[in-house]
Design a protein around this ligand. Structure first.
Ligand code: DGL
Length: 270
């Protein structure tokens, strides 16, 4: 089996990049639902339906372990899929999300017990980060802020532009107005690492900014160590296949912004 990585579009590539760098020996299949992205503004029912279809597709491509590397899909669909759908697919199928491992780490990093979160509107409205943090760190308060323009900025190749400064500063200031004690900010959307330098530039130096990729990679590594029955099934050919539900040439062109080198993808229907 291969390890499946799912995202609504391109953003999960920032997660897969870190996973590949931490565990280069495994084979991975990446699936981006670009034809129906962005997910960030969609309803619970729609995100659940799309995510379930994508997970089924990855199962059919021989990925018994699927990582939902999209915050919006993890926030809105993961729990229902794990509880209601997974039993139908058989005991050997697993689906993991990225919110739990990120809250485990982010909650430990704040000294002021004030954690800031930048995410899509969908993730913010789900309150998933607030709920997970309260379970693990009851004294930590979460201040979430939606940045609806950041995903289109990144996808349009504007992450490094002067114009991006305006939209980044606007959201950083808005988050920090919610609470002046914030000392840690989690970038809880897979596109935001591409804006990291801009976010850093407009955020006071004493505030730590945390990317998700390294955390998710470490957590997957621990998971495989704890589950040798799954680890032993994993193909170790260091191969990555990329699939998109949109035009593959379009995917290849934009994906290189996230991946840092050229990508060849295939179009699939899900
Ligand atoms: N990948 C999504 C996330 O991490 C952002 C893009 C979208 O809205 O589809 O939340």
């Amino acid at each position: 089996m291969k390890i499946g990585i799912f995202d609504s579009g391109f953003g999960g590539l920032t997660i897969l990049k870190e996973i590949k760098s931490r565990m280069p020996e495994y084979s991975y299949i990446y699936l981006g639902d670009n034809a129906r992205a962005p997910y960030g503004t969609r309803s619970f029912d729609t995100i659940y339906k799309y995510t379930l279809q994508a997970v089924e597709k990855l199962f059919s491509l021989d990925c018994n372990l699927v990582i939902v590397a999209c915050n919006t899909a993890s926030a809105k669909a993961l729990r229902t899929i794990q509880q209601n759908d997974l039993p139908k697919f058989g005991a050997d199928k697993r689906v993991l999300g990225i919110i739990r491992p990120c809250t485990e780490i982010a909650g430990q990093l704040t000294n002021t017990n004030s954690l800031g979160i930048f995410a899509t509107g969908g993730t913010v409205s789900s309150k998933s980060y607030e709920i997970e943090i309260k379970k693990l760190f009851p004294s930590v308060n979460v201040f979430s802020h939606a940045c609806p323009l950041w995903v289109p900025l990144v996808e349009n190749g504007e992450a490094q532009s002067d114009g991006a400064d305006f939209f980044v500063k606007q959201e950083v200031d808005a988050l920090l107005r919610k609470n002046s004690e914030i000392d840690t900010i989690l970038l809880a959307c897979t596109h935001y690492p591409l804006l990291f330098e801009k976010i850093r530039k407009h955020t006071p130096a004493h505030i730590r900014i945390v990317n998700q990729g390294g955390i998710v990679a470490e957590s997957l590594c621990n998971y495989l160590q704890k589950h040798p029955e799954i680890e032993q099934q994993c193909e170790k050919n260091a191969k990555i296949q990329f699939f998109t539900t949109e035009n593959s040439e379009h995917f290849n062109a934009i994906a290189s912004l996230f991946w840092g080198e050229e990508i060849w993808s295939e179009t699939v229907e899900i």
